[in-house]
Design a protein around this ligand. Structure first.
Ligand SMILES: Nc1ncnc2c1ncn2[C@@H]1O[C@H](COP(=O)(O)OP(=O)(O)O)[C@@H](O)[C@H]1O
Ligand SMILES: [Mg+2]
Length: 247
């Protein structure tokens, strides 16, 4: 049986009276990699931020792992304690890394494990070292983020996210601050997570990557999902083709 890990329906988000998300619905199945594409300003980041509860929607429902984050927009959110548990199922990585600059690489990966999940130092460090190893950052554990390349910083951000054992991995243009070589490194890491069967939602402007790595694509324009389907179907749509040519 297919299981939806995330179900969002009828999402509306307004900023200063302007609708930025206009009745957006989407589901994510356990184990699938989905990509969100669309022009700048289409509402992609806002959608992702709403799903991670970094922003609250004005209308709509969001369910994650069978738990209700909101059942009616702004006034229907779960109580804070429950919300914290639901929110924790979502991991996210942004274009600009958002690392802790004054913490070592290792501590960037252990901090939230200890403060949020209450893991012991030993447990947190073991987990962190295994993830740094996977991200080819073992020898950087004691240095600081400012001494890392962009690709290394983004891999560190991914390690930090994975350390929290999220069920859904969200990426918002994870490579847009990187040059082509570093982009390749980071996309390779994301691809390996997809192959492992992690559930992922990736906003990207790397059309070739979306086409090849995602099982499903959402094409957004002007606050709506205009087209959704397999890469073949979505890229066959003339509107998507016209957009992809501009990328
Ligand atoms: N915090 C905010 N306050 C006001 N407007 C915002 C805010 N965040 C995003 N917007 C507006 O919402 C629209 C969608 O933005 P965004 O979700 O960042 O699009 P995308 O990620 O597709 O480029 C844009 O017009 C943007 O200016
Ligand atoms: Mg964006």
């Amino acid at each position: 049986m297919r299981e939806n890990l995330l179900t969002a329906q009828g999402l509306v988000k307004r900023f200063e009276g302007r609708d930025v998300l206009k009745n957006v619905s989407l589901t994510l199945e356990k184990g699938e990699t989905a990509a969100v594409i669309g022009a700048s300003g289409a509402g992609k980041s806002t959608l992702l931020r709403c799903l991670c509860e970094l922003e609250r929607v004005d209308e709509g429902t969001i369910e994650i792992g069978g738990q209700t984050m909101t059942n009616g927009g702004r006034y229907g959110y779960a109580p804070e304690k429950e919300l914290r548990r639901i929110r924790r199922r979502m991991g996210y990585v942004f274009q600009d890394f958002q690392l802790f600059p004054h913490f070592s690489v290792l501590r960037n990966v252990t901090e939230a494990q200890r403060c949020v999940l209450g893991r012991s130092r030993k447990e947190a460090e073991e987990k962190a070292r295994a993830l740094l190893d996977r991200m080819a950052l073992s020898d950087k554990a004691d240095t600081y983020p400012c001494f890392l390349s962009g690709g290394q910083r983004q891999r560190l951000a991914i390690a930090r996210m994975l350390a929290m054992d999220p069920d859904i991995l969200c990426f918002d243009e994870p490579t847009s601050a990187l040059d082509p070589q570093l982009t390749k490194e980071v996309l390779q890491v994301i691809r390996s997570l997809a192959e492992e069967g992690r559930t992922m939602l990736i906003i990207t402007h790397e059309m070739a990557f979306a086409r090849e790595a995602a099982g499903r694509i959402f094409y957004m324009a002007d606050g709506r999902i205009l087209r959704e389907g397999t890469p073949e179907d979505v890229f066959a749509d003339p509107r998507v083709r016209a957009f992809a040519q501009t990328e």
